[in-house]
Structure formats: C-alpha cells, structure tokens
Design a protein around this ligand. Structure first.
Ligand code: FAD
Ligand code: NAI
Length: 475
C-alpha cells in the first residue's frame, strides 16, 4: 500500500530539509526524498550546499588561509615557521569529515522531528484524488502519496557547450573541491562567486591561477567601488583575472587542458593549464522529476515557474531554492522552505527578497545587502553615501588585515538605509547587523547612535553610518 503524508518534500538540500523540518514542527506528517549518495552509496543529506558547495568550500578556504598565513603573514607577528609543509590529502580528508558531520546532523534532525526520509529519486507518477503519487527509485523502491508537494531539487553546474565535466581535467565545483595535489597551473572560466572562491583556495596552496571572464566589468552585480577594491587585492595576491574575453576551443589531453581565448583587445591567446575549472553559473535540476506526468510548468531555463509565494502552476505543489527564480543561495532556499511550510499550515510565511545578504568568502571577504550605488542611480533615487576604511579601524590594524571598507547608502530625505557594501575582514559576519538594520528599516543615524564594542571591526560599520552625515570620528 502507498505510504501517505501531508507533505512530501523532494530534495534534501537547505531548501528541502528545512521545509521538511518546519512542516513537521507545525504538526504535519512529512516525508523527504533525496537521492544524493556518499562514496559508499549511502545517503548524504544537505544537497549541493553540504556536499559540494557552501560547507566544503568554506572548509578548504579556511585550511588554505591558514597555510597562506603561515607562509606569508606569521612573520609580521614575529612568528617564524621553518619546514612548512602541505598535505593536500589530509586537507581534503578534513573537508570530507566536516561534510559528513553535516550530513549526519541532518539525519539526526530528521529523526528528532519525525521526518520520514526516503533515499532515492522522487518523481511524479500522477495526480490522484486531490493528492499526488510520487515514486521513489533507489536501493529500495517506494510509492508515496502526498497532499502537498514541495520541490527543492536544486541546481547543477552549467557546462561550456561542447565540453563535458570529466572531473579529472575539466572540473565543476565537485571536482574543484577534491583535487588531489596542487596543480602547477590552474585555469578557471568565469570570475563569479565560485571562480573567485575556488581560485583563491588553489592560489593560496601554490597554484598559478588564471581566471577568464566574459564580462568587461569585474563582479558586475557588486557595488563597483567595492568590486574595484576587491579586484586590486586579488591581483596583488597573484590571481590573474582576464576580463572581456571570448573563450574558444578547449582541448583536453592526458597531461593538461589548452584553452584558446581572445582577449579584450581582440588578440588570440592560448592558456595551457594542468586543470580547468568551469564556473559559469548553474542550471536548475528538473530532469528527474517527470514533471510532464502532471503538467508542471517550467520556464525557458528549465526552472520551475513560481509566484512570489513559491506556488507552482499546479495546486498544492510548491517549489523553493535554486530550482526557482532568484539568487542561488542556501539561506534564500532555507527562508523559502520555512515560508512554504508555514503557508501550507495556513500561516503567513514571508521572505523579504530586498534583504537577502550576499557573501563571497575570499580574502578580503565581500558582503552586501540591498541596493548598489549604480542601482540607485538607475532608479533615480536620491541617496547619501558614507564610507569608512578598515585602515582606520583599530581592530583591523591589530589583526593585520586593513584592506577594504564599509560603505553605507541611505535615502537622501528619510535617511533609511538602502544598501550596505563591505569588502574586508569578516565582512560575512559584519553584514548581519546591516541586514537586521534594513529589516527594521533603520536609518543610518540609528546605526551611528548605537554603542559598538571597542575595538571591533563592527566600529567600521558605525563609522560608515557616521560618514553618511560626514561626521566620522576616527577618519
Ligand atoms: P540543493 O542544495 O542543490 O539540493 C537539492 C537536492 O535535491 C540535492 O541533494 C539533489 O540530489 C536532490 N534532488 C534533485 N532532484 C531530485 C529528485 N528528483 N529526487 C530526489 N532528490 C533530488 N550558497 C550560500 O548561500 N553560501 C555559500 O557559501 C555557498 N557556497 C557555494 C559554493 C559552491 C561551490 C556551490 C556550487 C554553491 C554554493 N552556494 C552557496 C549555493 C548553495 O549551495 C545553493 O544555493 C543551495 O544548495 C541551494 O539549495 P537547494 O535546497 O535549493 O538545492
Ligand atoms: P556566477 O553567476 O557567480 O558567475 C559566473 C561567471 O561566469 C559570471 O561572471 C559570468 O559572466 C561568467 N561567464 C559565463 N559564461 C562565460 C563564458 N562562456 N566565458 C567566460 N565567462 C563566462 O556563477 P558561479 O560562480 O558558477 O556560481 C553559481 C552560483 O552559486 C552563484 O551565482 C551563487 O548563487 C552560488 N554560489 C554562492 C556562493 C556564496 O554565496 N559564497 C559561493 C559559490 C557559489
């Protein structure tokens, strides 16, 4: 007999597993179906984020930053290091252990919240009597019936036309996170978030890294004052970033990869590398769903069409996270998952798309929330800007990391904060205060009048708020 549930969630990444837990908390019977397998073929809950995304990339960023500090920055503190060595195998194994802790943690959370987990691919069979039949295909076959379905099937790396990921020489994010030895020369295509994070990891470990980017502008979505500062820092570190390029033929041999490309001046170039990482964006995962069986509407990119509240074209079918419109971020997926569970329970779930923070975990880190200066200009909104450099922040000096600044943009009349843009140390943590301020519709004066601990990096945020009214105290 079919197993019946109030809610079936397909996909156990941050969108899906969080939706399942929240729905269970609200008293519903919930199943979550996820097909990700670990090396042994067992379940590995957490999706892209846990297995080949947020978590492993941050683990390697941390390890590689320790190595970089020991090699180049400890001496500034009077600490000498002799015989510094690198065991990439151990570093990658540590990263795998961190991933496993997270996989196991989600299994534990499912047990704690009484979410039934099915390991396998979930696909639609048919709509039946106001509910949906879902087939689970895995080591164990199952047939489930759900009154409400939440689709959270995520996304996969986009390949360059004509070049497939073999994960040995041509790598997606998956292969990029488990390179066994530092390549002498590493090429990347795409200087977006993955390109910069992965490029930083392998550069810090000693690879000669070249990133080829199609757009003429570096980090076009980022406030350009911040992007320019970050670009300067990355180039100084030794990342080669070529903008405005056209990538041509890619030849994969046994020993390396040759990438033909044309530079911004129109000159033909050849990049010879030991490995190539392709990081040119991601595509939604809908192929396994058998969406045709129930007539689920997809857009031209293959994403599931949803309204502002994550309702699909079918009654009682919802979709969240990377498989729908909007930024492909774990915390955005989670917020949508919670909101959908609450809507199913008859509550008023809400996601504020204007206050979703972005973070790029490079060194310096880049983080922002709200609108950039260019967006405000395009919208014709009158604004005031305040900036404060970490160079003038006592904690940053003590840390020995004074690159970058905090920049705050506020409405010219009401002083409401419209955007905050940070490049510098711990920007990922500093942005949280700014997100909260914007969520409460704070003014720059509110931040300027709040007591911030001294010495702390957060004082740079306060000083940027003071700078909006041209009254910084420490610069
Ligand atoms: P996913 O995490 O992709 O999960 C979808 C799950 O559904 C997967 O387990 C998949 O196997 C499963 N699935 C798909 N189809 C089926 C099916 N038919 N049946 C059963 N299961 C199915 N975001 C951040 O916010 N911060 C970061 O630092 C960050 N770093 C990243 C680094 C990298 C290298 C990458 C690639 C991404 C990173 N992201 C980061 C993005 C983040 O990983 C995604 O936005 C997030 O994972 C999306 O969550 P999701 O639940 O929508 O989908
Ligand atoms: P991206 O969209 O961030 O960057 C892709 C880059 O590739 C763009 O700059 C684009 O102009 C360029 N590009 C596209 N086609 C090209 C071509 N043919 N030749 C040269 N350049 C080309 O995508 P990325 O880096 O693959 O990451 C995917 C998503 O994963 C991100 O958008 C983000 O949502 C998520 N992510 C988030 C992270 C975080 O929050 N810290 C970390 C890593 C990924």
């Amino acid at each position: 007999m079919n197993k019946q549930f109030d809610v079936i969630v397909i996909g156990g990444g941050p969108g899906g597993y969080i939706a399942a837990i929240r729905a269970a908390q609200l008293g519903m019977s919930v199943a979550c179906v996820d097909e990700w397998k670990n090396k042994q073929g067992g379940p590995a809950l957490g999706g892209t984020c846990t297995n080949v995304g947020c978590i492993p990339s941050k683990a390697l960023l941390q390890s590689s930053e320790h190595f970089d500090h020991a090699a180049h920055h400890f001496s500034e503190h009077g600490i000498g290091v002799t015989g510094l060595s690198l065991d990439v195998g151990k570093m990658v194994a540590r990263k795998d252990a961190v991933v496993k802790q997270n996989n196991d943690g989600i299994l534990y959370l499912f047990k704690k919240n009484k979410v039934s987990f099915f390991h396998g691919r979930g696909s639609f069979v048919k709509a039946a009597d106001g509910a949906y039949e879902i087939q689970v295909s895995g080591a164990v076959e199952d047939a489930l019936i759900g009154k409400q379905i939440v689709l959270a099937t995520g996304s996969s790396a986009r390949a360059l036309p004509g070049t497939t990921f073999d994960e040995q020489m041509v790598l997606s994010n998956d292969g990029a996170l488990r390179i066994g030895a530092v390549p002498k020369k590493l090429a990347l295509i795409g200087s977006g978030v993955i390109g910069l994070e992965m490029g930083s990891v392998w550069r810090r470990l000693g690879a000669e890294v070249t990133i080829l980017e199609a757009l003429p502008e570096f980090l076009g979505a980022v406030d350009q004052q911040i992007a320019k500062e970050a670009h300067k820092a990355f180039v100084k570190q030794g990342l080669k970033i070529e903008l405005g390029v056209t990538v041509g033929a890619i030849k994969v041999g046994k020993k390396g990869v040759n990438v033909a490309w044309i530079n911004a001046k129109g000159e033909a170039q050849l990049l010879e590398a030991d490995k190539l990482i392709v990081s040119i964006g991601r595509v939604p995962n809908t192929l396994g769903l058998n969406a045709e069986a129930v007539g689920l509407k997809l857009d031209e990119r293959g994403a599931i069409v949803v309204d502002d509240e994550c309702r699909t074209s079918l009654p009682n079918v919802w979709a969240v996270g990377d498989v729908v419109r909007g930024p492909m971020l774990a915390h955005k997926a989670e917020e949508e998952g919670v909101a959908v569970a609450e809507r199913i329970a008859g509550q008023h779930g809400h996601v504020n798309f204007n206050t979703i923070p972005w973070v790029i975990y490079t060194s310096p880190e880049i983080a922002w929330v709200g609108q950039t200066e260019a967006q405000l200009k395009t919208a014709g909104r009158a604004y005031k800007a305040g900036t404060f450099p970490f160079l003038a922040n006592g904690r940053a000096r003590a840390l020995g990391d004074t690159t970058g600044m905090v920049k705050m943009l506020a409405d010219a009349t009401t002083d409401e904060i419209l955007g905050v843009h940070i490049v510098g140390p711990m920007a990922s943590e500093l942005i949280a205060e700014c997100v909260m301020a914007m969520e409460f519709r704070a003014s720059s004066e509110d931040i300027a009048r709040i007591c911030h601990a001294h010495p702390s990096l957060s004082e740079a945020t306060k000083e940027a708020a003071l700078a909006v009214e041209k009254r910084t105290l420490n610069f």
